[in-house]
Write a protein that binds this ligand. Structure first.
Ligand SMILES: [Fe+2]
Ligand SMILES: [Fe+2]
Length: 156
């Protein structure tokens, strides 16, 4: 796991089957790291309006991690909490320039994130877990909208 970073961890998830405990734990780490990723961008974007939008996404990524922790508690039948190792954020190396085109890539990542969540919700047999996955997914599309706004602000 340690060789993975924020940009590559998602590729370890198997799209063909429902999320198992290990996959949900990877998503937990991705979401917690997503909060950090957005705050790093907000700190570097050099525009207050854009930074506010990015910090809103950051807060909601932490909420997504909380929903995944709930899903893990349901799946394991016991109150799930991360191990010390699972609490380590994935490395998210920042590009040299935080400019408009970067946010088009973020838009795509978020739209793909929604599609992934809806896909895994379809495969999920537990309705409560499926509902949590769909809630996260819908907010990823909201995040895509904010990233699109950041793109437009930086393109002015
Ligand atoms: Fe998320
Ligand atoms: Fe997101």
């Amino acid at each position: 796991m340690s060789e993975l970073n924020f940009y590559t961890a998602g590729s370890t998830l198997d799209a063909k089957s429902a999320l198992d405990v290990e996959a949900l734990e990877t998503i937990y780490r991705l979401e917690m790291s997503g909060e950090h990723f957005y705050n790093l961008l907000a700190d570097r974007v050099g525009n207050e309006e854009a930074a506010d939008l990015l910090r809103k996404n950051a807060v909601e990524e932490r909420g997504h991690a909380r929903r995944i922790a709930r899903a893990l508690s349901i799946k394991t039948g016991t109150e799930w909490s991360p191990t010390a190792e699972q609490e380590i954020l994935l490395d998210a190396p920042m590009p040299d320039s935080i400019d408009a085109p970067l946010f088009l890539a973020v838009v795509k990542g978020e739209i793909d994130g929604d599609a992934g969540y809806q896909h895994w919700a379809d495969l999920e047999t537990n309705e409560d877990i499926a509902r949590l996955l769909r809630l996260n997914g819908r907010e990823e599309t909201v995040h895509a909208g904010r990233a699109q706004q950041v793109y437009e602000i930086l393109s002015r």
